[in-house]
Write a protein that binds this ligand. Structure first.
Ligand SMILES: [Zn+2]
Length: 385
């Protein structure tokens, strides 16, 4: 049996009113219905939640960071302890990222050459080197359901020459990642780069799609691009992929409004730290907008954060109680707020899937946009008030 099978349950309509599709991705540890959002468990934990909490949010797959787990506690140690699923007691699907983004964004004094990246650990300054082969070996040791080929991401707004060079490296590393990958129970996704320029993005998409990957990641977005630039770039990449039967994963996107637009443009999978990060800042997502639980007006509010929400916070606790926990900096605040925002996000994806299943999807876009609210990408940088 292959490590991943992807079936289009409801393909996009032939009238081109949307490229959204309903899918079913079967992996070694279970089935993932798409479109789907993956909460991020950076250090083999979704911050503040245990596996029971994570499952209760509706999550069926999570992402873990190859770079972080390689540095601490070490992929060999996790392998000796039975692999990542056993280590973190999560028996459902896990995707590990390539490590490329963290190596470039967190590693100090990094030097990128055609063979790989040498960098200093952001934890202790020790010297390390990642190549395509090493990134695959680390992910095989972790034992994730889905591994991702090593890439060199660049900021969307990078100059053309920088984008060209990084895309060429990413393509060579994609071929080497496929050569190196051996684990039969692990799927391997390749990453498209190419920045915002249509010809480079199209060429990178064509190249990566020509290789026998199990899925296609679209990298180099969810950065400093505008919503219009992102939409145009997705249209180029998805247009090239056309009827390619594999799942498409846009890395790093997380606000409900952004997820909705990307689903509409043909994306199946997403991940982001954003819902959990803004939750820990006291920003709680509700239909049509958000609620800053640190605001003094909630200190006497006996209502739940969101009346019809099934999450741990809304089932038992009032806005007043959460407002108190945040003011007192109690640890439970982070757990409850994270449960709520992830539940909201995963419920939103479930609503999109229900509309696709019912055949009402482009018609329900306005209502879904209202529910998503105007939470923007910039919110990821909101600081504690
Ligand atoms: Zn809730």
């Amino acid at each position: 049996m292959p490590a991943a099978t992807f079936e289009l349950v409801v393909p996009p309509p032939s009238d081109d009113s949307t490229r959204a599709r309903l899918g079913r991705l079967e992996l070694s540890h279970g089935v993932v219905e798409t479109p789907q959002f993956m909460p991020v468990g950076t250090n083999a934990t979704v911050k503040a939640l245990d596996p029971t909490d994570i499952a209760a949010t509706g999550a069926t797959i999570i992402l873990a960071n190859t770079y972080h787990l390689y540095l601490r506690p070490g992929h060999d140690r996790i392998a000796r302890l039975g692999g990542l699923h056993r280590f973190m007691a999560w028996d459902r699907p896990i995707l590990t990222d390539s490590g490329g983004f963290q190596v470039v964004s967190l590693g100090d004094l990094r030097v990128v050459d055609d063979d790989g990246v040498t960098f200093r650990s952001h934890l202790d300054g020790s010297l390390h080197r990642f190549t395509a082969e090493h990134a695959i070996a680390v992910q095989e040791a972790l034992g994730s359901d889905v591994a991702v080929a090593f890439d060199q991401p660049v900021a969307p707004s990078s100059p053309r020459a920088v984008v060209v060079e990084a895309a060429e490296r990413t393509h060579r590393w994609a071929e080497r990642s496929l050569q190196a990958h051996e684990r039969p129970d692990q799927a391997l996704f390749g990453i498209v780069q190419g920045g915002l320029q249509p010809d480079l993005r199209a060429a990178s998409t064509r190249f990566v799609a020509s290789l026998p990957f199990d899925g296609i990641c679209i990298g180099g977005l969810a950065g400093d691009e505008s919503a219009a630039e992102r939409a145009a770039t997705l249209d180029v990449a998805v247009g090239v992929l056309a009827r390619d039967p594999r799942p498409r994963y846009l890395m790093g996107l997380g606000s409900p409004a952004d997820l909705l637009e990307a689903v509409h443009r043909g994306i199946d999978l997403f991940d982001s730290v954003m819902p959990a990060r803004v939750a820990r800042n006291g920003q709680l997502w509700v239909p049509g907008g958000r609620l800053n639980i640190r605001n003094s007006r909630y200190q006497d509010d006996p209502e739940p954060v969101q009346a019809d929400c099934p999450c741990l916070a809304c089932r038992s606790f009032s806005r007043a109680y959460l407002a108190h926990l945040f003011r007192a900096q109690e640890l439970l605040a982070y757990r409850l707020a994270t449960c709520h925002n992830l539940t909201f996000t995963l419920d939103f994806m479930a609503r999109i899937r229900a509309a696709l299943r019912a055949g009402t999807f482009p018609a329900t876009l306005p209502a879904l946009r209202v529910r998503a609210g105007r939470v923007s990408h910039d919110e990821a940088s909101v600081q504690s008030a």
